[in-house]
Design a protein around this ligand. Sequence first.
Ligand code: ADP
Ligand code: MG
Length: 231
Amino acid sequence: MNQSTKIIKQAIKEGRKALLEPEAKAICREYGLPTTKFNLAFNEKEATKYADEIGYPIVLKIVSPDIIHKSDAGGVLVNLKSPNEVLNGYNKILENVKKYDSNAKIVGVLVQEMAPSSTEVIIGAIKDPQFGQTIMFGLGGIFVEILKDVSFRIAPLTEDDAKEMITQLKAYPLLKGFRNTPPVDINELIGILLNTSRLVMENPEIKELDLNPILAYEKGAKTVDARIILE
Ligand code: ADP
Ligand code: MG
């Protein structure tokens, strides 16, 4: 049994529908999706140890089955530049989250590599009752939320499907590079779309998957947040 199957079986056994970020990212990694490096800390000493191993700047995030939107709960701190900032950040996150929901069960704090800012893209998957696993692609921020500039295809995707999902966007010229925005690695994005398709096809218990955002670079890309919801 692969690690993804084990993670999903364990969540089902515990009656959890939303996977934790480290679980979702471990599944992404197993399917070849690039993610930020991470390690789960259970106390502030572990947090600084992992931060030293990963390298600064560091991002800290709450890991709780009761907190789905982490930043709403004050559960995300970015750009921490020293062991001392990580130590204080660890305690600050726990304090914020307790204030937000005093009953939230806290698993730990995820210590992760901070990905440099760049063009943000979003990949989603949703299991449609009629069509089955369906993949969505779009650019982050206003492009998805205001302009609804997104593309959809039913999985499994072919390479041509993945290419079209990218080139059919109105914002596609931006991905090719425009004025101050450098071009992004389109081949990497095609690979991520194909791997996402494989991930959801091989794990039919997944009802929703949300890679939001993926930071796209001139070479490569990095998923900084991954959410997976089971049926
Ligand atoms: P949530 O969506 O649950 O509120 P995210 O993990 O998406 O939490 O974090 C909120 C925002 O913080 C992201 O949209 C991104 O802009 C930034 N962020 C999170 N993790 C990283 C990271 N590892 N590197 C760089 N930026 C990050
Ligand atoms: Mg997010």
